[in-house]
Design a protein around this ligand. Structure first.
Ligand SMILES: [Zn+2]
Length: 316
């Protein structure tokens, strides 16, 4: 049996998993990232998690083929450095060489959204496909692209950032400094911003009632108000889904993939949302139904990042 270790390095938590060649997580270990303590501290913590996994599974470093790390920010696979990570406060740090030195195991790195896409591609929603794009919708919008069985992450460049392509020219301000990005319309932060504006304008709406009861608006309760028939919430959610579908049609036109996987909290909405998005994609795409990608919800949840990172050696 061949083993690899995947590490999902997040701004809040580090999760490491020992993974077999079927993509099953056999052991898991986690710690708080504490990125304010700096690069040396965080990499030592990662090495300790690796040792903990080896001890629990009674394996030596020589029995593990590689470590893969999914990191926030821009990872350069040719140098193994993190060029920039806003979340971790890192600039040009030698992540791969440091972990390899501390553990004695070959190490690979990619962006965290890319690793999640690879996990879904290898053993999740995309396992029957040869190419796919995963779009993760949460506070922001992440993207990962797998083409002809390989992660699309050119050496020396950043990963794809499809969330920061323009959807509405001159539109709402985005966290990246541009205006009108996908992320400024099709993220939960955007939905909450618009929900609060709508609640201000329509004190009779369920959204305003929720706030009056002291509940902050979030992606889930705005969707729930729409399902319960609140006209204001319905209009918001319909526009949100329409823009998401238009974005997915752009993704289909850009990459020619047969599948788009939806990740993040919104994937819990399930099949009805996948069906609605697919209708919009068929309507909007250049060649219509014949080449429109299928839309599927992610199936691995938070494990996708660990599993995908563990498979970097094989798929990059
Ligand atoms: Zn942006």
């Amino acid at each position: 049996m061949k083993y690899t270790i995947g590490i999902d390095l997040g701004g809040t938590n580090i999760v490491a998993g020992l993974v077999n060649e079927k993509g099953e997580i056999l052991e898991k270990a986690a710690a708080k990232t504490q990125s304010e303590k700096g690069f040396a501290f965080v990499t030592e913590l990662m090495a300790q998690l690796v040792k903990e996994l080896l001890t629990r599974a009674k394996l030596t470093p020589a029995e593990v083929s590689s470590i893969g790390i999914g990191s926030p920010g821009t990872a350069d696979k040719s140098t193994g450095n993190i060029i920039f990570s806003n979340n971790l406060g890192w600039h040009d740090v030698p992540l791969v060489s440091t972990i390899k030195e501390k553990t004695g195991i070959d190490t690979y790195v990619a962006n965290d959204a890319d690793c999640a896409a690879l996990g879904e591609f290898a053993v999740g929603a995309g396992k029957k496909y040869n190419s796919m794009v995963m779009i993760t919708i949460g506070t922001g919008v992440g993207s990962g692209v797998v083409l002809d069985g390989k992660l699309f992450a050119p050496a020396g460049s950043s990963a794809t950032e499809l969330g920061h392509t323009t959807l509405i020219a001159g539109g709402e301000s985005c966290t990246c400094g541009r205006k009108g990005c996908v992320e400024a319309y099709v993220s939960f932060s955007a939905l909450i911003r618009d929900g609060n504006r709508a609640a201000d304008a329509h004190p009779e709406s369920m959204l305003a009632e929720l706030r009056a009861k002291g509940q902050a608006l979030n992606g889930k309760n705005i969707f729930d108000c729409a399902k319960e028939g609140d006209a204001v919430a319905k209009e918001l959610v319909n526009r949100f889904i329409d823009l998401m579908g238009q974005f997915f049609a752009n993704v289909g036109n850009s990459f020619g993939v047969k599948l788009i996987v939806v990740g993040g909290g919104i994937s819990k909405e399930g099949q009805w949302l996948a069906d609605r998005l697919r209708e919009i994609v068929v309507r909007e795409m250049y060649v219509g139904e014949r080449f429109a990608p299928a839309i599927a919800m992610a199936t691995l949840g938070n494990d996708a990042g660990v599993i995908g990172a563990a498979m970097l050696e094989q798929y990059q």
